[in-house]
Design a binder for this molecule. Structure first.
Ligand SMILES: C[S@@+](CC[C@H](N)C(=O)[O-])C[C@H]1O[C@@H](n2cnc3c(N)ncnc32)[C@H](O)[C@@H]1O
Length: 511
């Protein structure tokens, strides 16, 4: 607790403030779960002592708990400037940076925390999670193993390790780590929920459902188990039961965002767009930085936006990367081969040694189809986990994690062919992608991509959160960038479950 020494430079106060008392009030409120009142006590301390590191740290921690990581970073950085050798404070700041998506800075603060406290086992788990989010599998594995060496009875380290091992296609070892986590967990439903979540990502839906059901039996008043159960049922195509599970979670905690988010998606899938929009509106009110809620609110409320937010796309595909190839093979996705066949046909049987850029390369399905035509093959994608999957194929000469704009920036006549398979479903306004691609192509070079097809003369953001473009819109946007339509073909993009009407379009840069 901070002791207050009178500041001799200040005149006498008529009403001296009991800083210790305010700090104690705040801590009591925290213990009783009254975050708002606690924050008010610490605010009052800071009104009198703006640099009080205890009050800054506690306010930062409370901001993190209530899901406001931007505020948390600001407060904790101020505390850190005063108290740079406090490992716990350093860890809180790293956690807040991570929640803001600032992985590199988070990693450097976790490392600093570990320099200050080398046995800080939880920091190693978090460091591993940050590396995993960057798809640095070897570094994340080393961090998890270090944590396990320090604290071998912490089941959470085994869950994180299992997730990483599964993502690296080491399923046997992943399963062993999950068993270890369950053994150590004993009767702890929060660990069952974590294990269930890893199983969901790995596609073990029935086993995940069993764990969430056990969790609900053990802790019926906690929203986590109900939500996990809902997600498993949802993925098992049992929408009514999933809806009931999400609703139960929200009865327990009306602010529980994971349940609200999945209920919103379920309602959208059932065509109940007003109710879905209301879910996303509530999520956005609780967290104005929630990209997914912002995008899906626009989609379900029928608003047009220019593009899906990068944060939404990254999260969506990071979560999907592990299941992507298996899922697409089940829904008749053939765009990569269809693009390849069309450009080979246009090239007229020449032996091709093209320089090719794969926009939104994902796990590398287009790259695989294009490789036989390529002297040089580059790929770009917003999602680090999709890029990690592409890298495993060992077919690209260059891969970058970034946006379409990042990949096209500064490129002049660098490519013979630019492809984008099922990517413009996340980009509404195509003007910048077309202009950048036209600059990056040699004269006569080709650009080949798929679109979900819309009627009319513009593009739409569909309730699914995907964009559809009309052929008329594609034509006029291409012409504005001195690109001409060489060929187009009607296709079924995928069966999801209904066939999605789409086109492959090939443009050429005017000579
Ligand atoms: C449906 S996947 C298709 C992947 C791959 N092209 C294929 O045909 O399998 C769409 C991919 O586009 C990426 N993406 C979407 N918008 C993007 C953008 N603006 N910049 C870079 N990548 C983007 C996503 O991260 C995702 O990996």
């Amino acid at each position: 607790m901070t002791n207050v020494t009178p500041d001799p430079t200040q005149g006498p106060r008529a009403d001296p403030v009991d800083i210790d008392g305010l700090m104690q009030d705040g801590d009591n409120h925290i213990r009783q779960g009254r975050g708002t009142q606690a924050d008010l006590s610490f605010q009052e301390v800071l009104a009198h002592q703006p640099d009080n590191p205890d009050a800054l740290q506690r306010r930062g921690f409370l901001a993190l708990l209530r899901g406001d990581p931007g505020d948390a970073v600001e407060l904790l950085s101020r505390a850190m400037a005063i108290r740079s050798d406090d490992a716990t404070l350093c860890g809180h700041l790293a956690g807040a940076l991570m929640a803001c998506g600032n992985l590199d800075e988070a990693i450097s603060y976790w490392q600093r925390a570990l320099e200050l406290a080398p046995d800080y086992a939880a920091a190693y788990v978090n460091l591993g999670d940050a590396y995993f989010a960057k798809s640095e599998s070897a570094l994340s594995e080393a961090a998890y193993r270090k944590s396990i060496a320090i604290a071998p009875d912490n089941p959470k380290a085994f869950v994180s390790l299992a997730r990483m091992l599964h993502f690296s296609n080491r399923s046997g070892e992943a399963e062993a780590a999950l068993h270890q986590a369950l053994e150590l967990a004993g009767d702890a439903p929060e660990v069952w929920n974590l294990v269930g979540t890893v199983l969901l990502e790995a596609g073990g839906l029935d086993a995940a459902l069993e764990l969430f059901e056990a969790s609900v039996r053990k802790a019926p008043a906690e929203p986590q188990g109900h939500t996990g159960k809902g997600i498993a049922l949802h993925m098992l195509a049992r929408p009514d039961e999933a809806r009931a599970a999400y609703r139960r979670a929200l009865e327990i905690d009306p602010r529980y965002p994971l349940a609200r988010k999945h209920l919103g998606v379920l309602l959208q899938e059932c065509g109940e767009l007003d109710a879905a929009a209301e879910c996303f509106r509530q999520l956005l009110a609780a967290d104005p930085n929630d990209d997914m809620a912002r995008h899906m609110l626009a989609a379900t409320a029928g608003e047009a936006t220019a593009s899906a937010p990068a944060g939404y796309v990254t999260r969506l595909f990071d979560d999907y990367a592990d299941r992507f190839d298996t899922h697409l093979s089940q829904i008749s996705y053939r765009v990569p081969e269809q693009i390849r066949d069309m450009v080979v046909d246009i090239a007229g049987g020449e032996q091709l040694e093209w320089r090719i850029l794969d926009l939104g390369c994902g796990t590398g399905l287009c790259g695989e189809a294009m490789r036989p035509l390529a002297a040089f093959l580059a790929g770009v994608d917003l999602s680090p986990r999709m890029i990690a999957k592409s890298r495993e194929r060992k077919i690209y000469d260059s891969l970058i994690t970034g946006s379409i704009e990042d990949a096209l920036e500064g490129q002049e006549r660098a490519f013979d062919l630019i492809v984008a398979g099922d990517v413009f479903t996340y980009v509404g306004d195509l003007a910048s992608a077309f202009a950048g691609s036209a600059r990056a192509m040699r004269p006569g070079g080709l650009m080949a991509f798929s679109i979900e097809e819309a009627d009319g003369d513009h593009y739409h953001l569909c309730p699914t959160g995907r964009y559809a473009h009309s052929p008329a819109y594609v034509d006029k946007t291409a012409i504005a960038s001195e690109l001409s339509v060489v060929r187009r073909r009607d296709i079924v993009l995928r069966n999801d479950p209904e066939p999605i009407r789409a086109q492959i379009v090939v443009l050429a840069r005017d000579a």
